[in-house]
Design a protein. Structure first.
Length: 126
């Protein structure tokens, strides 16, 4: 699916948005990504998680260190919730967490980013 953004707010400049997604991939600003990644308005980086079942507290500590307002955890093609013990670093830092499938995380990220929120999408493909 391709996502079509409305005209960007002038203050947003060149920020990262999801421009498409499908089975096993997302597109950010037209570039295809097929591995777990972290997307913030200002940068993209790999997320060193093997799979959902390999999530550990340190993976969420890494996200907390990036200081977003809210983390959107995209858990692949289906919705899966990590144990609260794993997400504790986000709670301690007063960072919101929303868990959703990968495609919903992409759509929600674009909306929050357009509202100039400090949003982070952490995406798992498997």
């Amino acid at each position: 699916m391709k996502l079509h953004a409305s005209a960007p707010h002038p203050s947003l400049g060149h920020l990262h948005t999801f421009t498409g997604y499908g089975d096993g991939y997302v597109m950010v600003n037209g570039t295809r990504h097929e591995a777990n990644l972290i997307v913030l308005p200002e940068r993209i980086e790999p997320w060193p998680v093997a799979a959902f079942d390999a999530l550990a507290e340190e993976h969420f500590a890494l996200l907390a260190a990036l200081k977003p307002e809210v983390v959107l955890l995209g858990t692949g093609s289906r919705l899966r919730f990590p144990h609260p013990r794993l997400t504790a670093p986000l709670a301690r830092a007063h960072i919101g967490l929303e868990v959703m499938d990968l495609q919903a995380a992409c759509r929600t990220y674009n909306i929050l980013m357009a509202e100039e929120r400090k949003v982070l999408a952490a995406l798992l493909f498997a």
